[in-house]
Design a protein around this ligand. Structure first.
Ligand code: KIV
Ligand code: NA
Length: 262
């Protein structure tokens, strides 16, 4: 199948054909998602929480993002692959962001970066886009701002959100991700923009949806945000397999002759 590009996504949005996006952090998972037809893969800094076990997205480093982006880039044959600029590569000088973005394109087979922020990131988005590094902007709830914001909550300043998204588009973002805003706000943003909007906790009136894969397949322990739909329970499936293995090793049922060499 032909590679999904930023142009494909723009066309899908114009045709009102919903865009599917999910996170991926490793080769086998990225391969499964790509083969299942997910349009866009995100090597998200959510990796800090769902893979590394941290409490926020802040600890993951640029080197670690590159290491995982390499794996995902190797697996994706069809999907467009977006890589998060982690904290603080998206906040330091524009030159540092350019170097980080260039690493994504030079060292991995991924295609674009994602950057948290709207209006305040206009110059950075413009610099990256001008350098040939496609940028997805990320407005609304910005997990890298958790300490500044004092927690994670629904973002309700509609005027500022529309301004953020518009400014990001004007600066050259090829798409805008919208996290945790009321349905009607996301609809207004989507109507105001000509580039695709990708929602998470933003309701149905957007160009596409994104979720953290670990949440939707049931690998995440404990609290799940309201916007997650859990389609499977892989924790249970894996636990069941592993308990069966342990039971059979302890009882001598495994390995059998067919698993052994003469
Ligand atoms: O890091 C991530 O997974 C994200 C999604 C929640 C959109 O940014
Ligand atoms: Na992220």
């Amino acid at each position: 199948p032909p590679r999904i590009t930023t142009t494909t996504l723009a066309q899908m949005a114009r045709d009102a054909q919903p865009i599917t996006m999910l996170t991926a952090y490793d080769f086998p998972t990225a391969q499964i998602l790509d083969e299942a037809g997910v349009d866009c893969l995100l090597v998200g800094d959510s990796m800090a929480m769902v893979v590394q076990g941290h409490e926020t997205t802040l600890p993951v480093t640029m080197d670690q993002m590159i290491y995982h982006a390499e794996m995902v880039g190797r697996a994706a044959q069809r999907a467009l692959v977006v890589v998060d600029l982690p904290f603080p590569e998206g906040q330091l000088s524009i030159e540092q962001s350019l170097r980080a973005g260039a690493r994504v394109l030079k060292e991995t087979r991924c295609h674009a970066v994602k950057l948290e922020g709207g209006s305040e990131q206009a110059q950075r988005i413009e610099a990256l886009a001008t350098a040939g590094i496609p940028v997805m902007a990320h407005v609304g709830l910005r997990p890298q701002n958790v300490h500044q914001d004092g927690g994670y909550r629904v973002q309700r300043d509609t005027e500022k959100l529309i301004l953020d998204a518009n400014t990001a588009e004007q600066a050259g973002a090829f798409a805008v991700l919208i996290e945790c805003v009321p349905t009607d706000t996301a609809r207004q943003i989507t109507e105001a923009l000509s580039v695709p909007t990708i929602g998470i906790g933003a309701g149905p009136h957007v160009s596409g949806q994104v979720l953290v894969t670990n949440d939707l397949i049931g690998l995440t322990a404990g609290y799940l945000p309201r916007f997650v739909k859990q389609y499977d329970n892989l924790r249970q499936t894996i636990s069941h397999s592993v308990r069966s293995y342990c039971d059979e090793v302890r009882s001598g049922e495994y390995p059998e002759a067919k698993h052994s060499f003469k």
